[in-house]
Design a binder for this molecule. Structure first.
Ligand SMILES: C[S@@+](CC[C@H](N)C(=O)[O-])C[C@H]1O[C@@H](n2cnc3c(N)ncnc32)[C@H](O)[C@@H]1O
Length: 222
């Protein structure tokens, strides 16, 4: 049985995520680069939906030991993050973005491939909470699977994603199973809807900074 909302069990996630999202490793590198360009000396950083903790490992390598909070509603994911980060001082919180309880606390909030399981109201609540948890001037960075604006575009985008997964070595049955979750378990929104979501949450600067296939990266400055 799955112990989180991704298509893999927590203990299979690291070894397989690149087969589902072939450019997955770039999300973390792009995120770190964006933080460095906008917030060179962050003090407090929340990674919500931290999964197995890979982004925080890379963030420590680049920025040193800051006040990191690693949050995820899936106990199996948090457990693996804690093992991976065993020699570091990290605060772990077992909760989704919508339920985290901080105010004006962080310089950086990251949510990498995390909110596309939420419906419209849940996503609004989660994004609004990420805004509230940032200090004034802080940065929110999110990557998400997106929805093209037309039915045809969605069909073509999914076909290309399917091909990319097969090329990455995933078996065709598992690929079909994953793609069939789109719009049912995964609830992606369009790029314009993302911009609107961030603007309505209150962010003053809202930008898209990375797009490839069916995934995109966005940031908002508070
Ligand atoms: C695709 S994984 C991404 C993990 C990690 N951010 C990464 O870059 O590898 C999605 C993660 O989001 C978590 N998640 C699901 N719903 C969430 C929510 N409402 N708030 C925060 N995290 C959530 C899942 O438990 C899972 O660990």
């Amino acid at each position: 049985m799955r112990d989180n909302k991704t298509s893999q069990a927590a203990n299979e996630y690291d070894a397989n995520v690149h087969k589902t999202i072939p450019r997955y490793h770039l999300f973390h590198d792009e995120t770190l680069d964006l933080v460095e360009s906008t917030m060179p000396n962050p003090v407090a950083w929340l990674d919500t939906g931290c999964g197995t903790g890979t982004l925080i490992v890379k963030a420590i390598e680049k920025f040193g030991q800051l006040q990191f909070v690693a949050a995820d509603p899936a106990a199996g994911m948090l457990q693996l993050a804690a093992e991976k980060l065993a020699n570091n001082e990290i605060t772990y919180v077992a909760a989704g973005s919508e339920d985290l309880d901080y105010i004006n606390n962080f310089d950086v909030v990251t949510a990498i491939m995390v909110h596309h399981y939420l419906d419209e109201e849940g996503r609004r609540k989660a994004t609004g909470n990420c805004y509230n948890m940032l200090k004034q001037g802080g940065i929110y960075i999110t990557f998400e699977t997106i929805r093209p604006t037309t039915e045809n575009g969605t069909r073509i985008g999914l076909k290309r994603w399917q091909n990319a997964q097969i090329l990455s070595g995933k078996n065709p049955e598992a690929v079909d199973k994953h793609i069939s979750r789109y719009g049912i378990e995964l609830l992606p929104i369009t790029i314009d809807e993302h911009r609107q979501l961030l603007t309505e949450a209150g962010f003053s600067t809202v930008e898209i900074f990375w797009v490839s296939g069916m995934q995109a990266g966005f940031y908002g400055l508070k």
